[in-house]
Design a protein around this ligand. Sequence first.
Ligand SMILES: [Zn+2]
Length: 276
Amino acid sequence: MSEKFHAAVLNLVKQIPRGKVTTYGEIARELTGSVRAARAVGRAVTKNPNHIIVPCHRVVRSDGDVGEYRLGVATKIRLLRAEGIEIQDGKVVNFEQTLFKKEDTLRFVTDRMLGKLSTWLRILGYDTVYAADIAIKKGEEDEDEDNAIATFAACEARILLTRDKNLAASARKNGVPCVQIETAGVMEQLKELLTHNLNINLEPVPVRCSECNARIRKVEAGEEAMLKEKSYVPMEMIGKREFWVCERCGRIYWEGSHWRNMREQLRRLNEELFEL
Ligand SMILES: [Zn+2]
């Protein structure tokens, strides 16, 4: 295993926040694009020289089993419990919810000018609240809406994205992380986010509803009736494709031509960025 790989693994482990875990496979996938390097990741993690700076106890097996630890499994369990993680029979309880997901690191709130960007960020998996969806009392002045957005961003630890110079300035003055978007096209806007050192992943992931921002889940076998109820779901695809459903609004998703178009646009953006 190369030194570079070793360092990259430990660098990723450092990003797992308290109260969250990740898996060897997930780190492997992040670094190599495949889970096959999971064992190599495991070896890198055991060679961790500093257990305080690099919290390698937060890396577990993909089935939720806490796995090994240089200082012993009992110590690993004790450390995880101290961070609020529930463990039963050597396994993480509520494993799905405890998993640290890359898209959870960046959370956004966007102003009313950025509806399309919100949709795209959700397609890329990012938790993005659109200003128009925040309950704001009717009849109040614009200034109040600005305040409400900034306060919301601060309370929820979200990055505020806005096209409004004044809103950006006042947010920054109040210590709210904020990016002022200069361009109008959504691809250009994504590019802008990258130039602001926000490490946006440009691969669509089916984890979030692009309409309402809630999580989506896979439609299981036996749930086909739910698909047939929706007139926009192509009948001939039922049983042949994978479908996802929004837990909140019930919208159905699948990887159709719309999805392929988006992938293509993102691929072009990636290429463009690569040439910069
Ligand atoms: Zn939804």
